[in-house]
Design a protein around this ligand. Structure first.
Ligand code: SAM
Ligand code: SF4
Length: 466
């Protein structure tokens, strides 16, 4: 078993020294903007980038015009996310012309792909800093170079390593993301993640627990443990069922109220994990278990290494131990080898699994992945029609499952005013469902009881009970 690749303490200390130096030289009131695209892991990476920026004397802003540095932390999972970044990068050109001292950086999964980094270098000359996921911890020294030499700095080298001891700016109120592992070994045939995030590497349980304890000390009540496949946590260190053990330890942390995690790969979920979820009172009975397709032939072509039957078995077992289980999933429509009968198999599994909600995507070919070279059997029009058909089937299921909450009293962690209905507060129940209700903003970040009075496909409405 190879040791987990880790950044040496001395390298981290060197970065901390660079941060101090930048802070000394930084102008009064310097501002930074970090724009995040993609998944929760990227949100968590952005918290680390913001933590480093704060340590360098920057305060965060949401305004591009105000910022002295703009960082785009990007996603490469689908083409539309990449196109959005290219559009936004283009739009920054005139800002750089007006304000030449502005530093523009692009980081994360997009530039970790050599071809994309080349395109950025060639077409977006106003970008000062280009670095990939593996170089995240080197951001302070890259920024120092960019400031000092006023030249473009590119760093997409190296392998993914775990870097502990860097500052993080947690800005999620009573909820926090905690990455427990990085990378992915699964190589699903459609997915770019293993290429841009490297092989699986798990943080030590001690580091994870220390981070959670310190978050709880700062007011956090709910943690979401993150990994591309949390069920294989610890496998890179030769451990088995390490994730279930970690969960039991997290469950013991005083002051922590709720634990969630994502994503779980069906091929690696163990009975021990399901039992742990059922037995530990702080673990929410909420499981995100990506199905991707209900057709066994397509699942094989996707290299998912489970069948639809196995998926349904897992769901049945989880519901046996947790009758109130809330289930969510990911589905890809229009995988190259998918035909109408395969799509119908997906609908069939969705009708049987009765997920609370699904995250659905139309297949997006990703350069360098095996699926990108496969010929598509369905037309774009067919894929769009299937996508809509699937949403109709799922929306009916989601509305039915939500209706069952009517009259029930739910514990809600309040997040603040609702985005769409600002005169109401918004919070989430154990199932992560949005609950809107009338209440005073002083309830923010508190766990309170709400009686559900009305339900819709996406939202529950309620009244404060206590
Ligand atoms: N590791 C997670 C897992 O296996 O569930 C998923 C990570 S990925 C960032 C999130 C979702 O994006 C996947 O579950 C899949 O449904 C979708 N996805 C990934 N690659 C895709 C592609 N090339 N086209 C469309 N959707 C894709
Ligand atoms: Fe991508 Fe599959 Fe890894 Fe998830 S498990 S990140 S879908 S390769």
């Amino acid at each position: 078993m190879k040791p987990t690749p880790t950044v040496e303490k001395a390298e981290i200390e060197a970065q901390i020294a660079v941060m101090r130096q930048i802070k000394l030289n930084n102008k009064e009131g310097a501002k930074a903007l970090v724009e995040t695209y993609g998944c929760q892991q990227n949100v968590n990476d952005s918290e680390r980038l913001k933590g480093m920026l704060a340590e360098m004397g920057y305060t965060m802003t949401e305004s591009r015009d105000e910022a002295d540095i703009i960082l785009m932390n990007t996603c490469a999972v689908r083409d539309n996310a990449e196109q959005r970044v290219f559009g936004n990068l283009g739009a920054l050109k005139h800002l750089k012309e007006k304000k030449p001292e502005l530093i523009i950086g692009i980081c994360g999964c997009m530039p970790q792909q050599a071809a994309v980094a080349e395109r950025i270098k060639a077409k977006y000359r106003h970008v000062d800093l280009i670095f990939g996921t593996h170089a995240l911890y080197r951001f302070p020294s890259l920024l120092a170079e960019a400031i000092e030499h006023r030249s473009r700095i590119v760093d997409i080298d190296g392998e993914g390593r775990i870097a502990e001891g860097l500052p993080t700016l947690h800005d999620g109120g009573a909820k926090a993301f905690v990455s427990i592992m990085y990378g992915c070994n699964n190589f699903c045939s459609y997915c770019v993640v293993p290429y841009v995030r490297g092989r699986e590497r798990s943080r030590s349980a001690d580091d994870v627990l220390t981070e959670i304890r310190s978050l709880v000390d700062s007011g956090v009540k709910e943690v979401m443990l993150l990994g591309q496949n949390v069920n294989s946590y610890g496998n890179d260190r030769g451990e088995t069922d390490a994730f279930a053990r970690l969960l039991r330890q997290v469950n013991e942390i005083d002051g922590l109220e709720r634990i969630r995690f994502m994503s779980s790969h069906p091929k690696d979920i163990s009975d021990e994990l399901i039992k742990t979820m059922a037995e530990c009172p702080k673990i929410c009975h909420q499981l995100h278990l990506p199905l991707q397709s209900g057709s066994d032939r397509v699942l094989k072509d996707m290299n998912r290494r489970y069948t639809s039957g196995r998926y349904l078995e897992i769901v049945e077992r989880a519901r046996e131990l947790m009758p109130d289980l809330s289930l969510t999933t990911d589905i890809i429509v229009g995988f190259p080898s998918e035909e109408r009968s395969d799509f119908e198999a997906t609908l069939d599994v969705l009708r049987k699994a009765r997920c609370d909600s699904i995250f659905s995507f139309i297949f997006s070919p990703r350069e360098g992945t095996p699926a990108a070279k496969m010929e598509s059997r369905a037309t774009d029009e067919e894929k769009s029609a299937w996508f809509q058909e699937m949403l109709d089937v799922q929306n009916a299921i989601s509305a039915e499952l939500n209706a069952a909450y009517e009259g029930k009293i739910q514990e809600i962690l309040v997040e603040g005013p609702s985005k769409h209905e600002p005169d109401m507060l918004m919070g989430r129940n154990y199932a992560n469902k949005i609950v809107n209700f009338k209440g005073d903003n002083s309830l923010k970040d508190k766990l309170i009881k709400v009686k559900i009075t009305k339900t819709q496909t996406w939202v529950l409405y309620g009244e404060l009970v206590e």
